[in-house]
Design a protein around this ligand. Sequence first.
Ligand SMILES: Cc1cc2nc3c(=O)[nH]c(=O)nc-3n(C[C@H](O)[C@H](O)[C@H](O)COP(=O)(O)OP(=O)(O)OC[C@H]3O[C@@H](n4cnc5c(N)ncnc54)[C@H](O)[C@@H]3O)c2cc1C
Length: 389
Amino acid sequence: MPHTALIVGAGPAGLALAIGFAKAGLAVTLIERQEEEQIADPAFDGREIALTHASIAALKRLDAWERIAPDAIHSLAEARVFNGTSPLALSFDPGHTGAGRLGSLVSNCDIRRALYEAAREFPTIELLTGQGVKRVSTNEHEARVWLENGTDHAATLLIAADSRFSAIRGQLGIPARMNRLGKSMLVGRVAIERDHRHFATEWFDNGQTLALLPLGERQASAVVTLPDGATQRLAALNCDALSAELTRRFARRFGEMRMLTPLHLYPLTTAYARRFVAPRAALAGDAAVGMHPVTAHGFNLGLAGTERLSRLVASALRRGVDPGNSDLLRRYQREHRTVTWPLYAATNAIVGLYTDDRPPGRLARRLSFQAARFAPARKAVSRMLMQGA
Ligand SMILES: Cc1cc2nc3c(=O)[nH]c(=O)nc-3n(C[C@H](O)[C@H](O)[C@H](O)COP(=O)(O)OP(=O)(O)OC[C@H]3O[C@@H](n4cnc5c(N)ncnc54)[C@H](O)[C@@H]3O)c2cc1C
């Protein structure tokens, strides 16, 4: 019997893993609740993904990068972080690495479209869309899923890539550390009056966190994080009122701002699974690690994990070894946790420190900001931003 994999969820992580497995020689059934049109031509969802150089290289290996139009790829030269109204900035740049830029910004919908197109090139990837997985069960011999339409499918290996709220993770008996932050992120494209110089800028302000991500000429993505109720009130404003409100909140740093797209609302929940594997099963993407978006690492880490798992599967198949064996899965878990846990913990610490508006919190923020201005700390963060490790 040839070895096969079932992947639940055709988000960016599920699609990337399907391609990685197919390249390794594994036949894949990819199951997605959304209709095929929605993943073939995904709607703009406000997310502009800051890709590291490592992720760009990974997307090239998956034959997806060249499917993204050059004018949809925006250079991210440097990142600057401000604390409140202080004019002092923490700058993160590529330094002497020769890379020239920190990374690139690409819309989430363009990444998903490119990965879908690349996946469609493989006859060994079967795509079942328009139906969710209702139930799964795995044991040492096989993995099996039952779809909402009543059919069932068996395979050598099952992957849950069904988002940070993964229901499959729960069915596999894997608990997760979930943290609902009571805040939401609003994201949308804006026209700006002043040049962004391809710098990403982030302000940890009292009561709000703001970011401006550079896109085309005089265009950017505005990111506003506020307590849940406040974001809903903002999202309900009409285009003119919203443009004026953003101009005010960004203190006219980029002149007048004008909304180019509706704002998209993301309630913030972080997730870290207690284990990444179960018998004949593994978690991928946000189902394993659901990062806070502030350090822009969720997809970068998810993609690195899919490469890690694909490499292990390829090596097993070359040696004629079962790709669902427990040693392989445990190795994936060990390696992926080693890389993701420090970044997950550091990101949560940054969020805790920089969004605590009580007086002791503000003092700690000011002191840590001074400390972080020293070169070694900045170099370490720049390296983290560029490589995702
Ligand atoms: C505002 C914002 C900005 C971000 N910015 C960045 C950034 O700059 N850099 C970065 O690296 N990351 C960023 N991220 C994170 C990134 O978007 C996510 O890490 C990534 O989209 C996760 O992909 P995924 O495939 O794991 O999950 P998802 O994209 O959530 O996909 C899961 C898929 O599974 C399907 N599904 C769910 N349940 C079932 C079921 N039972 N049966 C069948 N299908 C199912 C869903 O329909 C969906 O298609 C950002 C996130 C947000 C919210």
